[in-house]
Design a protein around this ligand. Structure first.
Ligand SMILES: NC(=O)c1ccc[n+]([C@@H]2O[C@H](COP(=O)([O-])OP(=O)(O)OC[C@H]3O[C@@H](n4cnc5c(N)ncnc54)[C@H](OP(=O)(O)O)[C@@H]3O)[C@@H](O)[C@H]2O)c1
Length: 405
């Protein structure tokens, strides 16, 4: 029987475990391991109550390569789904090589000390995974993840050449709290307070954080027109490299004025700083302290109402007409529907379901290809079919003009 190990029992880990359990025939024996055993046990009990499927649990420190590799060998794992934090990517890739296990994650490696991400450390594993006959899939969440697959699908079926990509991520949900982040506050705030970046004509352009914004009409009346801000996001690095002929790629996200106001005050008073300070002889990073006092993202599930919309606005030469066209490929997800299904809001749901779908391609063999891959390098078709089958249906809309500016 196949054995699948999920590491990380946070908001996204819950969704991945819930969805894998609903497809236990594919995933075989399922393990959920994390730093805190009780979190794994609570999720396992919930899965047993809602689906009847038993998953196994374990305590693990994923920063410890030797202990993790020993655990993977003991379990007899075939696949490891890294749903812990980006800090664990390198140690878990190393543990997979030592134990002979295929690897998948949802976020690009970052070191805890430096809020800067690049794929180079993970791409450096390419030869070792190839030689070991193992597959590593990088960034199988929504963005990165589904957005990469949307681009691969567009290139395979809709455009003979892609000229520009604007990835647009809207959360039009409301949790009713004064301020909270939808996933790990530390990771979220590091991402948003970093300088914005985009890629144009072969060069990276850097702008001050949140300094460029525009309005976008989302294709659902419940979302409507929203202000979107240009951010740096990890999937642009691989897409800029892997989409032939691409001239420009940017990433945009919605934030409410209330969110921006809170974040600005927190930044102004130094609460988003990563560098630890000594208080009463104890070293404390202000951002990690802030994470402790902000609401746990998992607690937002029952509170959040409204929808998310994430998609890729793509211009290029249409395969069908040979003319320049602009299309928006997107998914709309409802926070309360997600909570009713897996006790989680749409942010964790939209990240967790694609991790399970990416893992399905590994287990089925469709994406088994020794080496280290970003999603646009793999066949988009089985993944796109699974999005429709497993809760994240997608649509393609003709748009009459590309994004301005
Ligand atoms: N691609 C996308 O679209 C997307 C979107 C959202 C999130 N993500 C990624 O998804 C991942 C999970 O996010 P989340 O919101 O679920 O975060 P979270 O709620 O903070 O959960 C992280 C989990 O990782 C566990 N963990 C941390 N360090 C560990 C270690 N050394 N050993 C073992 N377990 C460890 C934590 O364990 P304890 O709770 O026991 O401490 C926690 O259960 C992150 O990498 C995030 O960047 C991707």
């Amino acid at each position: 029987m196949k054995k699948t190990v999920i590491i990380g029992a946070g908001g996204v880990g819950n969704v991945v475990a819930q969805k894998c359990a609903r497809d236990a025939e594919t995933f075989g024996e399922i393990w959920l391991a994390s730093r805190t055993l009780e979190k794994c046990e609570a999720i396992a009990a919930d899965i047993k109550a809602s689906t009847g499927v038993e998953i196994k649990t374990a305590q693990i420190d994923a920063d410890d390569v030797g202990a993790t590799a020993a655990f993977l060998r003991e379990v007899g794992a075939d696949y490891l789904l890294n749903i812990a934090l980006p800090y664990q990517d390198l140690t878990l890739m190393e543990a997979c090589l030592q134990a002979g296990v295929h690897y998948l994650d949802t976020a690009n490696y970052e070191s805890p000390e430096n809020p800067h991400f690049e794929y180079k450390e993970q791409w450096a594993f390419q030869d070792r995974f190839k030689e070991a006959g193992l597959t590593a899939i990088l960034g199988s969440g929504f963005d990165p993840g589904v957005t990469n697959v949307f681009c691969a699908y567009a290139l395979k079926h809709l455009f003979s050449e892609i000229r520009t990509v604007d990835i647009i991520d809207a959360n039009a949900g409301d949790h009713g709290l004064p301020f909270a982040t939808n996933f790990s506050p530390e990771i979220n705030i590091r991402e948003i307070t970093a300088p914005g970046r985009y890629w144009e004509k072969g060069e990276w352009q850097e702008i001050p954080a949140l300094s460029v914004s525009t309005d976008f009409d989302f294709p659902h009346q419940e979302i409507g027109t929203k202000k979107i801000y240009l951010l740096h996001h990890e999937e642009m690095e691989s897409l800029a490299q892997n989409l032939p002929g691409l001239e420009r790629i940017r990433f945009w996200m919605t934030f409410s004025d209330n969110y921006i106001n809170h974040l600005t005050v927190l930044e102004n008073v130094g609460m988003t700083a990563i560098e630890p300070m000594t208080i009463g002889g104890v070293e404390i990073s202000p951002l990690q302290f802030l994470q402790k006092v902000l609401p746990d993202p998992a607690s937002l599930g029952p509170l959040t109402k409204g929808k998310t919309c994430i998609g890729c606005l793509i211009t290029g030469t249409s395969k069908e007409t040979g003319k320049e066209e602009c299309k928006f490929i997107y998914n709309i997800c409802d926070h309360q529907d997600c909570f009713a299904e897996v006790k989680s809001q749409a942010i964790s749901y939209t990240a967790g379901v694609p991790a399970m779908i990416g893992a399905r391609q590994l287990v089925s063999g469709a994406w088994l290809r020794p080496g280290v891959w970003n999603l646009e390098q793999l066949d988009p078709d089985p993944f796109m079919d699974d999005l429709n089958a497993w809760g994240l249906p997608w649509h393609v809309l003709e748009v009459d003009r590309e994004l301005s500016p």
